[in-house]
Design a protein around this ligand. Structure first.
Ligand code: NZQ
Ligand code: ZN
Length: 386
């Protein structure tokens, strides 16, 4: 096992009726900016619950943060934060609203020339404005980690940012919010969380038995609840296990002491930036080709995954590893997710070269757990995903 230092300061309030407890988590004299997305919270009762809980606070609202939170819209929110002397941010939404809020938390205290630098130069944020979240969509784990991903439409870019100053102070996880989520987003949440675990697991063994088994148990739980929650979003047992699995998949715990990959995400973000494909679906497009092209480096872990997660006990190591890849693709497809780029756009030719060139220009010489996935290999992975 590798050395590590781990601290996660986010307080989780999990379960039914936890939204009303916001009142105990926000400083009494706070002036709050309540941030939300395109309006789903106004249709499913979450907005009422939150505003009722905030009755004794001074609250200003900022709605309209889109999926794949957009820089220019967030800059409008930043203006309000400054003009209104806001002291606390409350995100009510999925990964996009929470990530947008993290960017604002950082941008408010940022002393550099332009907040864009935080993204383009990936400046590590040590201190941000305090914020909390009410999670409405299990998927990203953003509710309990310190990372965010922000899009700039103008330049078709999507950049990650983060730092220890960007953990939410608290996050409310009420599985009842899942009831109103459309099936497409449930599928996205399952596929995103599943891939988060894979990115931190499908590397090479460092003898970290517990991290491996924690990762495998999250994958198994997602596989078990997937058909139940896809079929009935009001199944509370499935909803609660789905929600907690998504959080555990990316709150930093399973990544301690082990190598991690993240190549699928780095390539996937480019596909969202270029074509607007849902984040989780970009991952489903890339996974198979990435594992197939980097098979030699990953086959031990792939075989272990096939055995322990999918109960494949027959065959050689190579055969099991390949079966592991096939099972992963089949899992995505069982959620109704298409796994080829050409199934999302007809305009895909040249994508591989374009993304590989972008990586080169950014100086990303080699990504993945061994830094061996060069821009040339990225190009091949994308071509194989057409
Ligand atoms: O905007 P509203 O109207 O609220 O509707 C949203 C949105 O259209 C809807 N939704 C959310 N909760 C709902 C609901 N609809 C009905 N009932 C509810 N309870 O779902 C749609 C998608 O929401 P979004 O927040 O965009 O989805 P998700 O949570 O999947 O977030 C995706 C974003 O997170 C980033 C992605 O890149 C993408 O930008 N990621 C963030 C990560 C992190 N911070 O750690 C890691 C991830 O790998 C990912 O990159
Ligand atoms: Zn993701």
């Amino acid at each position: 096992m590798n050395n590590f230092q781990y601290k996660n300061p986010t307080k989780i309030l999990f379960g039914k009726n936890q939204i009303e407890n916001i009142v105990h988590e926000i400083p009494a004299n706070a002036k709050i900016l309540l941030l939300y997305g395109g309006g789903s919270i106004k249709k499913n009762g979450i907005y009422e619950q939150v505003t009722k809980a905030l009755l004794n606070f001074e609250v200003i609202e900022f709605g309209g943060i889109p999926a794949n939170p957009e820089y220019t819209i967030l800059m409008d929110a930043l203006k309000i934060i400054k003009e209104e002397d806001i002291t606390f941010l409350l995100a009510v939404g999925g990964g996009s609203v929470i990530d947008g809020t993290k960017f604002l938390s950082a941008a408010t205290l940022f002393e550099g020339k332009t907040p864009w630098d935080i993204l383009s130069k990936n400046i590590r944020i040590l201190k941000g404005m305090p914020f909390g979240t009410v999670l409405t969509l299990p998927a990203t784990g953003s509710e309990m980690n310190s990372g965010a991903v922000i899009t700039r439409k103008e330049t078709q870019e999507k950049f990650a940012m983060g730092g220890p100053g960007l953990f939410p102070m608290f996050s409310i996880l009420d599985p009842e919010v899942i009831k109103s989520i459309p099936q497409r987003q449930i599928a996205n949440g399952l596929a995103d969380a599943f891939t988060h675990v894979l990115e931190q697991y499908m590397t090479y063994s460092v003898g970290a038995f517990l991290q491996d088994r924690l990762a495998e148990s999250i994958l198994q739980t997602l596989i078990e609840v997937a058909p139940k929650i896809m079929n009935d979003t009001s199944d509370y047992e499935a909803a609660s296990n789905f929600m907690w699995s998504c959080t555990m998949a990316l709150n930093g715990l399973i990544q301690q002491g082990v190598p991690s990959d993240w190549a699928i995400h780095m390539i996937g973000h480019e596909l969202t930036a270029l074509y607007g494909i849902d984040h989780a679906r970009t991952l489903a497009i890339i996974t198979k080709s990435h594992y197939t092209l980097n098979f030699e480096d990953k086959k031990e872990k792939l075989a272990q995954y096939a055995e322990r997660v999918w109960n494949i006990s027959e065959g050689t190591l190579d055969k099991k590893a390949k079966a592991g890849i096939a099972k992963t693709t089949a899992f995505f497809q069982s959620l109704g997710i298409k796994t080829k780029l050409s199934e999302y756009t007809t305009d895909y030719k040249g994508t591989a070269q374009l993304i590989s060139k972008r990586f080169e220009e950014r100086g990303w010489k080699g990504i993945g757990e061994r830094g061996k996935v060069t821009p040339k290999i990225v190009e091949k992975i994308i071509e194989m995903s057409y």
